[in-house]
Design a protein around this ligand. Structure first.
Ligand code: ADP
Length: 402
């Protein structure tokens, strides 16, 4: 009975009133004499207790019944880190979350969404979705406040109140990685295609016009060997990069003494330095300088840096390799050359894959354009940094800070 009373009360019908009405119907239909009916009505409060005077039971606030039918939806989207707008059927803004205000500027409730969103592609999907009731999606690039790409979706939400959700997902990072991957594959294929084309040309010549020319054969085979070596260097560097990417998040943890490590890299590069007329000068302390890392990878870092300094800075005649480890400070290794230096605009891009200041000079020096990209990957894994300082005409210093 209590449940029924509550149900009736929720609908504005008091049980007592209802029962009195029922008795009145019986009277009017002649089933009950009027005197009996009057008695029943008089006694009803006694049967039921006088519920007319009973205060309504306290109820917990139910947000679904609050004045704003979108209160729950707004609360859910408020903390979203993607920009979200709620729109009415005319495209007026019912709500924008903080992220939307940050990305597109504040908009007053009731203003049309086009006051802030002006991209025709977005306005089109909103219009189409309003007309069809179906979801829509598009991708837009926004140059300000910072270069960003958004995937924009509009979805109709049906319920007590019809409204549309316009949501922006920032996919700039995904697009950047996609572009990098495509560029990388294009660059790697291009780098491999050149020696392959040259090999094919020489094979055809050796099988045709040079078939009976031992001198030409000898010359062509030497060039072919050079091209094959170049291809295998490239493949080795590509494999190194991919291995490093696989373990990018695992910090290597061996104790590595930099003193003997740098010594052996300098020894190994002495023949190359000799060949290009450069002297490698070492400034390395006596005692051990220990860092946490991977010995082979750190060897590769210093090999690449010292080899570059010898190759590109050969006209400076000396390359200084300095290991400093002041008390209590993290160690630093710098490789300095006195070559032509690097124009400022190239410096920030040197660690990009296949980025070269001068492609021909790099190729003639047996470069792949991947050396500094490998250095950067290894140092990131070691929580170390590469700092490049260079002055045109004076030389360059590549410093590894642990
Ligand atoms: P590469 O295989 O071409 O040497 P790297 O990634 O090692 O590729 O270096 C990228 C480019 O940076 C080189 O092609 C060269 O243009 C420039 N570079 C690197 N080290 C030096 C240096 N010590 N002096 C001048 N230019 C340098």
């Amino acid at each position: 009975m209590d449940a029924m009373t509550a149900w009736l009360r929720r609908r504005g019908i008091h049980l007592l009133t209802g029962l009195a009405g029922f008795v009145m119907v019986l009277v009017l239909s002649g089933s009950v004499p009027a005197a009996v009916a009057a008695g029943i009505i008089a006694l009803l409060p006694a049967f039921l207790g006088d519920r007319r005077t009973e205060p309504p039971p306290p109820r917990a606030a139910d947000p679904s019944e609050s004045a704003d039918p979108l209160a729950n939806v707004k609360a859910a989207f408020a903390g979203f880190d993607s920009p979200v707008f709620l729109l009415d059927r005319q495209g007026n803004v019912l709500f924008q979350n903080h992220s939307a205000a940050h990305a597109f500027g504040e908009i007053n409730a009731g203003q049309h969404v086009s006051a802030r969103i002006r991209q025709p592609a977005v306005l089109d999907i909103i219009r189409e979705s309003f007309a069809s009731g179906k979801p829509g999606a598009t991708e837009i690039a926004m140059p300000v406040p910072s270069e960003s790409v958004y995937l924009v979706r509009v979805v109709k939400a049906e319920g007590e109140a019809d409204f549309f959700v316009l949501i922006f997902r920032d996919i700039s990072e995904t697009r950047r990685i996609d572009r990098m991957r495509t560029d990388f594959v294009a660059n790697a294929s291009h780098e491999l295609r050149t020696p392959l084309a040259s090999l094919r040309g020489f094979i055809e010549t050796l099988m045709g016009p040079a078939r009976n020319d031992p001198r030409a054969q000898e010359k062509f085979l030497a060039i072919m060997q050079e091209q094959v070596t170049r291809m295998s260097r490239l493949v080795d560097d590509l494999m190194s990069l991919s291995r490093l990417e696989l373990k990018a998040k695992l910090a290597p943890d061996d104790a590595v003494d930099l003193v003997p490590l740098i010594g052996s890299v300098c020894d190994a590069l002495a023949p190359l330095a000799d060949h290009v007329g450069v002297e490698i000068v070492r400034n390395v302390p006596e005692g051990p300088v220990i860092v946490r890392g991977d010995r082979d990878e750190l060897t590769q870092v210093f090999e690449n840096l010292i080899e570059n300094a010898c190759k590109y800075g050969q006209e400076g005649k000396t390359v200084e390799v300095t290991l400093s480890a002041p008390d209590g400070q993290p160690p630093e290794v710098s490789v300095r050359d006195h070559g032509p230096g690097i124009p400022e605009e190239h410096v920030p891009r040197l660690t990009e894959r296949f980025y070269r200041v001068n492609v021909e000079s790099s190729r003639s020096k047996k470069g792949t354009g991947l050396g500094l990209a490998i250095v950067k990957h290894i140092l990131t894994r070691h929580r170390a940094r590469l700092v490049i300082r260079s002055e045109v005409g004076k030389g360059s210093t590549f410093t590894v800070r642990f």
